[in-house]
Design a protein around this ligand. Structure first.
Ligand code: VG1
Ligand code: CO
Length: 553
């Protein structure tokens, strides 16, 4: 079979966002759209500059490939394999059926010492022919490519004139084992094996097995996404949880119509189960690519920011972290609950921009062990992605090691450290011009806010968060507008970088409550004053015509 060189024209807008290039499936299905982006990526990996000739850096390299199984995944896998072959890649490790969860892809890259991996996922975005598709590249540390690389790919995509592709036929991606696509070796691997080995090395599997033997009950909602096979293999097959513990376990191309975003709005069926009188001991869910997690106890929902703080406080009880933590990191909008724990433990705590790629350097440099985001993401140095099932196993191990329920662990935490009331309000589908103007006006108004009083609170800091990476010194500016108050409360504004329709404004609200007798207020009530401040400062209702947020979690 021969390599073909096919002329193409650049597509505008192939700049990766918070987590790769995400667009509507209909956009990705345009002829050459995926091909262009993949060619730009392979060119950059081959050592090309924005407009230079092709290099050969890939010729002795291995790439990992897999995705969350959503609509278009199988077709995209075949296309990418043919492009990889024509661009001189030596070997591809492909998840069986084209499947790899995001954390599993990270684990495979690391364990097999691959150059990197291509992950096909739009994560928590809906799937199906009318849904979203996505592609991202992870580097040899297993983590999302840094901004320098994604910008180079974008620059290359804007100068692209041709792509190279093999005209070989589709290959079998469903049978384990090695086959050839021209000169390139394709090894179809079990998508679960490497990942499960990592989990075994971190958690007390004997303890967990004993819990299920003694009747501990868990409901894990895999939301018809890629996490199902991982959860079934580890929890039901290996740890002996009764069959049916993992629900919605079969990955479906459209997620069975579910929106695979594990939050109280989209995981309503799980919440309903957990609120019943006969609820299981423990409830959990993952998102489309299994890197997010939601943790629930009986009649109790854990916020992701609290989850990170509780995990940090108890990490030494988990075998993989028994020697303690080097440090922790959280994204800027994530609540400061973990900061208080880090202080008590005497370990460093870093504040990074939104997106997992910013944790990579800190993890690689051995400065942090645990990381988390308010968006239902927690992870550790075991891979370079957030990891849904890992977090669920961590909390399971924690319940087993302490003999305590999810709710009592969190309540005790609040009692000890105080409670950071926290909520994120999303305003979805705003016309881009309106959202951009809102943010621009907020930024322009920043100098005026400092010293302003809102009710009993005074603004002590008003800025646009800028991050200087302590490891490589790179600076990422304009990461979100912050208003900080004298009592530790905060309001943060930023625009989403993962959506595919219009703009989504995210407003993050936080305030601290040390007094245990005042830690039981409903969250939205506890934050109502701050929501009013956000409205006053940004004029969201007038500008968008929306009466309130489309999602408040
Ligand atoms: C969102 C979250 C962010 C997360 C990102 C990718 O980004 O806020 O914390 O890292 O999604 O998560 P944004 O730019 O829309 O706010 V995943 O699970 O979609 O890859
Ligand atoms: Co995800």
């Amino acid at each position: 079979m021969a390599n073909q060189t096919i002329p193409t024209q650049a597509f505008a807008g192939q700049r990766p966002g918070t987590s790769g290039l995400r667009k509507k499936v209909t956009v990705f299905m345009q002829p050459m759209y995926l091909e262009n982006f993949v060619q730009a990526l392979l060119d950059v990996l081959n050592g090309c500059r924005a407009d230079g000739p092709a290099g050969t850096a890939l010729h002795d390299q291995t790439l990992v490939l897999g995705g969350d199984g959503r609509y278009h995944n199988r077709l995209a896998v075949q296309t990418i394999l043919k492009q990889a072959a024509a661009n001189g890649v030596r070997r591809v490790l492909l998840g069986q059926g084209g499947l790899l969860s995001t954390p599993a892809a990270s684990a495979v890259i690391r364990r097999r010492q691959a150059l990197g991996g291509i992950i096909l996922s739009a994560s928590h975005n809906p799937g199906g022919p009318d849904g979203d598709f996505g592609i991202k590249y992870n580097a040899s540390n297993g983590g999302p490519a840094n901004e320098a690389l994604t910008e180079a790919v974008y620059a290359r995509s804007q100068n692209l004139r041709e792509i190279r592709c093999s005209d070989a036929s589709d290959i079998d991606i469903d049978t384990l084992g090695v086959r050839w696509l021209d000169q390139m070796q394709v090894e179809v691997i079990d998508p679960v094996a490497d990942y499960a080995a990592v989990m075994r090395s971190l958690f007390d599997f004997d303890l967990l097995r004993g819990m299920f033997q003694r009747g501990f009950t868990l409901r894990l909602d895999a939301m018809n996404a890629v996490g199902g096979p991982y959860a079934k293999a580890i929890l039901e097959n290996e740890l002996g949880a009764p069959s049916g513990t993992v629900v919605n376990a079969l990955p479906l191309e459209d997620f069975g119509g579910l929106h695979p975003d594990p939050n109280p709005v989209n995981a309503e069926d799980l919440i309903a189960h957990m609120m019943r009188a006969d609820a299981p001991d423990y409830g959990a869910a993952m998102d489309g690519d299994a890197d997010r997690n939601m943790v629930l106890g009986r009649q109790f929902i854990v916020t992701p920011s609290d989850s990170l703080a509780v995990m940090t406080a108890h990490a030494r009880l988990i075998p993989g972290y028994r020697d303690g933590l080097l440090g922790v990191a959280r994204s800027m909008p994530t609540s400061a609950a973990v900061d208080r724990v880090a202080k008590v433990l005497g370990i460093p705590c870093f504040e990074t921009p939104t997106g997992w790629k910013f944790f990579g350097n800190l993890l690689d440099a051995g400065r942090v062990t645990l990381c988390g985001e308010e968006s239902y993401g927690t992870g550790s140095s075991h891979v370079r992605e957030k990891d849904g099932l890992w977090a669920i196993l961590f909390w399971l191990n924690l319940q087993g090691a302490t003999g305590r329920s999810v709710e009592s662990l969190v309540r005790e935490h609040w009692h000890t450290y105080g409670r950071n009331y926290y909520s994120r309000h999303d305003y979805e589908g705003i016309p881009t011009v309106i959202a951009d103007a809102l943010m621009a006006d907020l930024r322009a108004g920043l100098p005026g806010w400092r010293g302003q009083a809102f009710g009993s609170r005074t603004v002590t800091l008003a800025d646009d968060f800028s991050y200087a990476d302590p490891v490589d010194g790179s600076v990422s500016a304009h990461q979100g507008v912050r208003l900080m108050f004298d009592d530790g409360a905060r309001v943060v504004f930023r625009l989403s970088g993962t959506g595919t329709e219009g703009a989504t404004l995210r407003v993050y609200l936080e305030r601290y409550e040390a007094d245990p007798s005042r830690q039981d207020t409903p969250v939205q009530q506890a934050l109502a004053e701050l929501a009013a401040v956000a409205e006053q400062v940004a004029g969201i209702r007038t500008r968008t015509g929306m009466a309130g947020p489309s999602v408040a979690t």
